[in-house]
Every structure is written in C-alpha cells, then in structure tokens.
Design a protein around this ligand. Structure first.
Ligand code: HAM
Length: 420
C-alpha cells in the first residue's frame, strides 16, 4: 500500500484538536467584527510582482521564502506569504478607498505560505487572522488595533504575552537614521553577508539573532533618537492612548520587522513559552505601501496574529478552551425497524436546531454506546426491540447515567425542553 505524507513543514488539522483552531480564529475575529471591521477574502496567490514591490525586494520573505510558479498562461504567481499587500491590492482594485468612507477597515483569516526551515512554531503552511485599517493617519487607529489584539488574547485566557512597541519613523527621518546606522555598521567586525545586508537594508542587521553580532550592536544608534517631531508626537499619542486603555506594553527601540513596508508604529506580540519562535503576532503602520504598489497615498495600519502559534501559546499556558460539545444527542438504533424510526427522529431533531448524531453501520449496543460517549453528547436515545413493541425509546442522561423511557412521539419536545 502506498502511503502519502503531508509535505514537509505542514500538518493537518484534525478533530478534535481542529476545534481549538476554529475557536482561536473566532476569538481573534470577534472583537474586530464588533469594531467596524468587515470580512475580506482574497485569492491565496497573487503576482510575484505584488510581493516583490510590497513586502520588499531584499527581504528574506521575497528572496528565499516564496512559493513561486509559472502558470500555463505564462503568469508568474506566488502563494501568498502574507496578506497585507493582497488586501491593499483588492481595496485599490475595487476602489473601496474612493467611497468616501475612510478608513476602510477589513479583517481576514486564512493560509499563508513561506518556504522556511521548519521547526516547532515555524511552518511552511500556517494560518493568520489579520486586520487592516486603510486610508487614515490617526494614532487612535493604531491604538484601536493594538487594543483589539490585546483584548482577543485576554479573552482566550492568555497571560504570558508581551507587546513590544517601536516607531520606525517616516521618509523624512528614517533616511537620516539609516545613514547613521550604516556608518556605525561599517566600523564593525562583520562577515561579508552581513556587511552586504548593512548596505541594502541596515535596519535588518539589528534583528540578527547571533550573539556575537548583538554584542557589537550594543552601542548602535537608535531610531528613537532620530525621529522627526511629527513622528515623535504621533508615537507619543499612540503610547498614551493604549496606556489609557490599560494595555501594558514595552518600548523596544530595536524592534524591526521582516517586511519592508513599515513606517512609524510597529509592534510585535511575543509569548514567553514558545522558545525561539516567540512572535505570536505583529504589525504596524504602512503609510507608503499603497504608493509602492502603484496606488495613491493611503496611510494605513494593521496586524496579523498567527493562529498556529496562538494555539501553541495556549498549550504552553495549560489553557483548555471551553469548547462546547458539537453533539447534544446521539441516537443508537438496535435493529432495522429501529434504524428507520430513529433516523427520522434525528432528522427532525436537526431541523429543530438540536445537534444530533447517529450510530451508523449497524453497531451493537456496546460499540454504539462507546461512540455516544466519544461524541460528547449529553443524551443518548436507545431504541431496542422491546422498546419498539412498547412504543417507547430509552433516553439516557450521559452525565448522571439516569435512564427514562419516553414515548417515541415525545422525543423532540422532551429533548428540546431538557436542552433548554
Ligand atoms: P509577520 O510578522 O510576518 O507579519 O507574521 C505575523 C504572524 O504570523 C507572526 O507573528 C507569526 O505568529 C505568524 N507566522 C509568520 N511566519 C510563520 C511561520 N513560518 N509559521 C507559523 N507562523 C508564522 C505579517 O505577515 C504582516 N502581514 C502583518 C501585518 C498586517 N502588518 C500590517 N498588517
């Protein structure tokens, strides 16, 4: 027999664990829906060009991690490594930004693809829930997004996460800082690759994880000291608004992100129980992205939270989500006639909104009751030959074990009233 395996760096979401992923997505989406964000869905592939221009020609994501393919029609496409550039592309294409209703606030949920070396918490296929607020420059919008992410993590019961906050400046002050940082980096004892990176994208060097590099960076100039007055005031306002909302954060002047489109506000949610892949979510402002992909000026801000890593964070904190059992009633027919009667009752229960399942495959009582148990159902309905003759069915409370005979015609009303 040939056996297939999921591709390297991917895994399947299977019941019952998959319920956790759905619950996490729902917990992240709920505060967004409640705050004026509309649902958006874009294709899982886009032109390579969109990411090259949007995410950045020199980023690891674009140079090393994209799944690129050519279609039969000769188009060069990439599986999306992230969804901010696609969302902005979609908004521009549909002219949503012209409806006079800025910011356009949208949220999404879906698969992302990055050809990274797999390890715990780092996959080639993973999923994010994200939010983007497009077309407004207002510190309250940055604050709103940070507050909502914090709220969804707290609603899930997470406690051991931290929010790191920084400002990356704008096109006025960042170039000055960039030059100063480059000067500093040129004086260090760095390998060739890193020196090359210092020339192309010096801020990324600050993110180098190697200890000997970090040691040399202790006295590196900080962007914080180069921010122009407008960026400084903007950042201060964001800090005040989230502080007033009771959100605890840490200033991290060395925080840089792996995507090139960021300006001003940048942040990362990190969890301390996850080892090296500690970033559970991240985001920030991207005031120049629209112009980078050929659109008008549309200052925007957003984030994406990693669903896979959020689930790992829950596990690290030992949090069991309270996921109600999907099935309330489990029907166990013993024999042909019982099967027809109970199957009709299950259909009727379902039509009345009662979650019900059925023992298929002509199982015996013992195996069927095992399945009833596994289903998590609160009640089992057992219909045997003697019951049939009496016109009753045995209603078993799976919690107390208590069993009562009720009339076959009372099943729906009785269960509706018991289940409230
Ligand atoms: P990002 O920091 O690249 O940002 O990804 C956001 C989150 O996705 C990460 O914090 C992490 O939880 C998860 N993630 C990233 N790569 C992997 C991986 N290989 N395996 C598992 N999880 C992963 C963005 O994608 C931006 N688009 C966020 C954003 C939205 N910025 C503005 N708007």
């Amino acid at each position: 027999m040939s056996t297939f395996k999921a591709p390297k760096g991917t895994y399947d979401l299977l019941p019952p664990d998959s319920a956790k992923f759905l619950a996490v997505r729902e917990a992240i989406a709920a505060p967004l829906r409640n705050s004026g964000y509309g649902y958006i869905e874009t294709p899982s592939f886009e032109t390579v060009e969109l990411f090259a221009r949007g995410v950045g020609e020199s980023t690891d994501i674009v140079t090393k991690e994209m799944y690129v393919f050519e279609t039969k029609g000769g188009d060069r496409l990439a599986l999306r490594p992230e969804t901010t550039a696609p969302v902005l592309r979609a908004v521009l294409q549909a002219n949503l930004h012209k409806a006079g209703n800025l910011p356009v606030k949208v949220w999404y949920s879906g698969s992302q693809y990055r050809y990274e070396s797999p390890q715990k918490g780092r996959y080639r296929h993973f999923s994010q829930v994200g939010a983007e607020a497009i077309g407004a420059e207002d510190p309250a919008l940055d604050a709103e997004l940070i507050i909502l992410a914090d709220q969804s993590y707290r609603a899930l019961g997470l406690r051991n996460f931290r929010i790191l906050l920084n400002s990356l400046g704008d096109q006025e002050c960042r170039p000055v800082y960039r030059a100063a940082l480059q000067d500093f980096l040129r004086g260090l004892d760095l390998d060739e690759d890193t020196l090359r990176r210092a020339e192309i994208n010096p801020l990324r060097v600050l993110d180098d994880k190697r200890q000997d590099v970090q040691k040399q960076l202790t006295d590196a100039p900080l962007l914080r000291d180069y921010l122009c007055d407008a960026c400084k005031a903007y950042h201060e306002e964001v800090r005040e608004l989230i502080t007033a909302a009771g959100v605890v954060f840490e200033d991290d002047p060395k925080l840089v992100r792996g995507l090139d489109y960021y300006t001003r506000t940048t942040f990362e949610f990190v969890h301390d129980g996850l080892g090296s892949q500690s970033a559970v979510g991240g985001g920030g402002r991207y005031d120049g992205l629209s112009e980078m992909i050929g659109g008008p000026s549309l200052p925007s801000v957003g984030w994406a939270l990693g669903v896979d890593r959020t689930v790992l964070a829950l596990e690290a904190e030992g949090i069991e989500l309270d996921i109600p059992s999907a099935t309330s009633v489990y029907a166990v027919p013993l024999g042909e006639e019982a099967r027809r009667i109970l199957f009709a009752k299950v259909t009727e229960l379902r039509k009345n909104g009662v979650a019900a399942d059925f023992s298929y495959g002509g199982k015996g009582l013992k195996a069927a009751m095992k399945a009833a148990n596994r289903s998590g159902a609160r009640y089992a309905l057992v219909l045997g030959e003697r019951d049939l003759a009496d016109g009753v069915v045995q209603l078993k409370d799976m919690e107390s074990g208590e069993q009562t005979a009720i009339g076959v015609n009372e099943i729906v009303a009785e269960l509706e009233s018991r289940l409230g």
